[in-house]
Design a binder for this molecule. Sequence first.
Ligand SMILES: [Zn+2]
Length: 381
Amino acid sequence: MHFEFATATRIIFGEGTAAALSEHVRTLGARPMVVTGASPDRAAALVAAVSAEVFSLPGEPTVELVRQGARHALDAACDVVISIGGGSAIDAGKAIAALATNGGEPRDFLEVVGKGTAIAVPPLPFMAVPTTAGTGSEVTRNAVLGSEEHGVKASMRSPLMLPRIALVDPELTYSLPPAVTASTGLDALTQLIEPYVSARANPLTDAICVDGIKRVSAALGRVYRDGSDRDARRDMSLASLFGGLVLANAGLGVVHGFAAPLGGRWKAPHGALCAALLPHGMAANVAALRTRAPQHTALERYAVIARLLTGRSDARAEDGIEWVRALCAELQVAPLRAWGIREGDLAGIVEMAARASSMKANPLSLTSEELTVLLSAALGH
Ligand SMILES: [Zn+2]
């Protein structure tokens, strides 16, 4: 057996840890720039306590926005970048910290659609303070950026882009509205299920996935119904962190393979897309495995997932899919159609998804026909 599990991030977790944010920032630099998301109000006091240099993102990060952010950091002579926000703010901060020292065009560094130029110079020290529980971006080495020119999302990726510090304070998520709690929470669940069935899964990522899936199964419905449930919020913050650690080390799969081209062309949050796709992605993989590779180990892994989610020792892979379907219904997840996607778009999306980097870690390679069936099901009626 051979495997690698890497992280160079110092992880600080716990209720109230954000109170010491300024002290942690000072260990990284003297002139911080804060990157925040579209609704910085929730974190306003925290932002004000850290720095007067603030780069606020109006939406999900794009090539153009991170170019502006890197310029801002250089003009203000900032020597450390802190993101306080959801996955968008964290990915933007990560890319800004890398561009500030490496220079050049952001698109040159993008995988798939760009040149994939390597990050050669260590980025400015970067710290991530998540205010949602979903993306796990505080412990990953990639930043997902939209490229308006290509109409897709693609990653800048480098081990040098791992945050130096991830400060995860579950209290920052208490005021998240139910819809955001639902979509980000289902992204976290996707990011624990896909690495668990990934071709690159290993014993260390497995252990983290199993613990994380158990936490989500008990906590996600609870935080949706009652956002002030401290224990459940803590479990979701942990599950999100765990998802980041495993996706960075074992890869993702078909749900994220679709989320990249969809998120690039339609104005839908990443979590909402993953939520709409998750049960259908699981169903497509399980059906393809049963037909074409009934001895594949991923099939038994889907059964383990089903047992973790349902709590029943006799659960089969299909029971796990049903459990996720029921959760999506309870959490009022909108189908892809609600985001403006139509039947006429399917063929183009399938073609782009087949090239997405996440698709490579899917347990088996799905045919265009299987991908089309999956996507039409996620489209809804
Ligand atoms: Zn995701």
